[in-house]
Design a protein around this ligand. Sequence first.
Ligand SMILES: [Zn+2]
Length: 180
Amino acid sequence: MAGKRDTIAAGSVHKFGISDKQGRAKRSDDPYLPGEGLHEKAICPKCNSIYKNKRWYLAEEVPENEKLDKDFAHVECPACKKIAEGYHQGVVTLKGQFFWEHEKEILNLIHNEERKTLAKNPLQRIMSIKREEDALVIKTTEQKLAEHLGRAIHKAQHGDLKVSWDDNHSFCRVNWERRA
Ligand SMILES: [Zn+2]
């Protein structure tokens, strides 16, 4: 998950919903999810996640003896593809004096929540965490992770939370702010 974390041009954050990729997302919720034709079993050469039974698993979740199977195709998982192409489906913006005073604590919470979510779905990842002016901006590979992070921060630290989805539910924007 390390490596190329943020390939998004400045300003692209504001253009959600109008790019080609977002347009194509209208047909299926997530254009990066495998459709027909994916092998029965595959392994992602970048993060070692394993695809079987029609979903992706973290490498740790798959028993060692199964990993020795020679039938695995090498297929980049949707999360690694999104990270490489800078395609995010969620953005969490954190602001306010209270946030900056508790930045470390809140980032710990974010990383813990990401770990918990990963165990359930290895495709939900944080792509980048970057300061933009007076805010910290977190981009996620999937919409639900952005919503989940926002709700977790709100639960732990209160403040003001706003969660909005675009019309076809292919993008989630979360704003959280606490001043004092
Ligand atoms: Zn991968």
